[in-house]
Design a binder for this molecule. Structure first.
Ligand SMILES: NC(=O)c1ccc[n+]([C@@H]2O[C@H](COP(=O)([O-])OP(=O)(O)OC[C@H]3O[C@@H](n4cnc5c(N)ncnc54)[C@H](O)[C@@H]3O)[C@@H](O)[C@H]2O)c1
Length: 255
């Protein structure tokens, strides 16, 4: 489907690593122009450089998605550069502490909710206001949020994370209902465990790796590129009928 996003402007948060970086590179392979945001400006710039090295167009900026002022400054700069947002991948997130609910500090809980929920909310607000002001491209504007399988079922050792990802699924569904008739599709991806810096503490917890693998239908963990491929497809006109849908990409973990 190369070229399916020709000239569209795509914004990616958490673009300095993992799913975000893989998605930025795949969006560029579809001829989109990519605005990369991350709390780490160096890794964001590395992603933008990788896109440009692959012959694509990208710009990078620093953003802490949990901070309203930072989000506003990042979007102002991205819009100054590209003037529109056709697709957004709200993907920045943190895992927070691994442990049961009674062990989690309020500060850790609040940080997880601030990044994973308030971050998605703040970014969606600006994206939607901008999209409502533009003509929709064929297949509609697209927003894809990163939830998780932990947004669909309980996860005993990740209570704050699990609650935050359920909220991402809820925000996704609510926005899909609001804006579907105004040219904006909103979906989320629900990956299973995939080895990225974020998931490292989970993979290193006791025999968690074996337990997580045993729970899956497939006998391997996925890759960031496999999540990115789903995100790009959901953002493309090929997915024009799909909105309000949490899509599992989990090697059959919840099958
Ligand atoms: N890896 C997994 O197993 C897995 C599974 C399901 C869902 N997820 C979700 O996928 C998303 C991406 O995670 P990943 O696995 O690619 O991890 P990652 O650590 O490789 O990437 C996350 C990126 O988000 C950035 N980030 C963190 N806090 C930020 C903030 N406040 N503002 C802006 N950027 C911030 C980090 O700097 C990093 O570049 C997250 O939302 C995560 O919850 C991951």
């Amino acid at each position: 489907m190369a070229g399916q996003l020709k000239d569209r402007v795509v914004l990616v948060t958490g673009g300095g690593s993992g799913f975000g970086r893989a998605a930025a590179l795949q969006f560029c392979a579809e001829d989109a122009r990519v605005a990369v945001g991350d709390i780490n400006p160096d890794t964001a710039e590395q992603t933008a450089r990788a896109v440009r090295d692959a012959g694509g167009e990208a710009w990078a900026g620093q953003v802490d998605v949990s901070d309203e002022g930072s989000v506003r400054r990042f979007f102002d700069a991205a819009l100054k550069k590209y003037a529109r947002i056709d697709c957004a991948f709200n993907n920045a997130g943190i895992l927070g502490p691994v442990g049961e609910l009674h062990q989690v500090s309020i500060a850790d809980y609040e940080r997880v909710m601030a990044v994973n929920v308030r971050g998605v909310f703040l970014c969606m607000q600006i994206e939607i206001r901008q999209m409502l002001d533009q003509d929709a491209p064929p297949g509609g504007h697209s927003i894809v949020n990163t939830a998780s399988v932990a947004g669909l079922v309980g996860s005993a050792l990740l209570p704050a994370y699990c609650g935050s990802k359920h909220a991402v699924v809820g925000l996704t569904r609510a926005a899909a209902r609001s804006y579907g008739r105004r040219g904006i599709r909103v979906n989320c991806v629900c990956p299973g465990p995939i080895e990225t810096p974020l998931a490292e503490p989970l993979f290193e917890q006791g025999n968690m790796r074996e337990l997580m693998l045993a729970r899956q239908a497939l006998d391997r963990f996925g890759t960031p590129e496999e999540v990115a491929a789903l995100v790009v497809w959901l953002s493309s006109p090929a997915a024009a009928l799909i909105t309000g849908t949490p899509v599992r990409v989990d090697a059959g973990a919840l099958s």
